[in-house]
Design a protein around this ligand. Structure first.
Ligand code: URA
Ligand code: SF4
Length: 215
């Protein structure tokens, strides 16, 4: 018997998608990965070379730094959902064009609706702009917007959004690297303070809740 699974179906749809010209040069589309009940969602820009090769998000150099940052606040990569605004690699890693973002948006919209994460962390300018515009808010660029918590109504539900810089930008720049880790400290503080929705479980905070669900 074939079991209907919305996530598997969505991933298959993305892997076969030809809605924009980026499908022509891809080796693999990169739908995203993580628990289907994850409370935290990370959104990047678009796959790079390693991601295109492997069909997985953030597995190259920037991905290693993202993984380190996630571990620096006591979480594991496997605790969070990770995806990108655009699911296929743009040539020479250029920024995705507005029409490519537009064509691909249906997938990120579906992923957000399915997951309904409590917290969304946007990585870099493209992801931040996407989330803010989708929630009808003004986006003033990543350096002005980063490092704060915004309560947004995103497609009809309330979510905390924390914009930070893209880990690729922080790779070879110590000042940006320190900004990235500072913003992750904020993420940790928000997770520790987020208690109300989990008051029925034994966990004292959302951070506890996420750690406990592993065991
Ligand atoms: N950069 C991104 O924005 N996403 C990835 O998956 C890898 C690098
Ligand atoms: Fe489809 Fe998105 Fe890939 Fe374009 S980038 S082909 S819209 S999955």
């Amino acid at each position: 018997m074939v079991q209907y699974d919305v996530w598997t179906e969505l991933e298959a749809e993305i892997k076969n998608c030809k809605r924009c010209p980026l499908h022509r040069n891809r080796k693999n589309a990169v739908p995203g990965e993580g628990p289907r009940d994850a409370k935290i969602m990370f959104i990047g820009e678009a796959p790079g070379a390693t991601e295109d090769e492997m069909g997985r998000p953030f597995v190259g150099a920037a991905g290693k730094l993202l993984t380190l940052a996630i571990e620096s606040i006591g979480l594991k990569r496997e605790d969070v959902y990770i995806t990108n605004v655009v699911k296929c690699r743009p040539p020479e890693n250029r920024e995705p064009l507005p029409e490519e973002i537009e064509a691909c948006s249906i997938y990120l919209e579906k992923q957000i609706k399915l997951l309904q994460p409590a917290i969304i962390i946007t990585l870099g300018n493209v992801a931040g702009k996407w989330v803010f515009e989708k929630s009808h808010n003004k986006w003033n660029g990543v350096m002005k917007m980063r490092g704060r918590v915004y309560e947004l109504n995103l497609m009809g539900y309330e979510v905390k959004v924390i914009p930070t810089i893209h880990p690729a930008a922080a790779l070879y720049n110590p000042r940006l690297r320190s900004i990235l880790f500072t913003d992750f400290t904020l993420i940790k503080n928000v997770l520790e303070g987020a208690t109300q929705i989990y008051s029925t479980s034994k966990a004292r905070s959302l951070l506890d809740y996420i750690k406990n669900r592993r065991s």
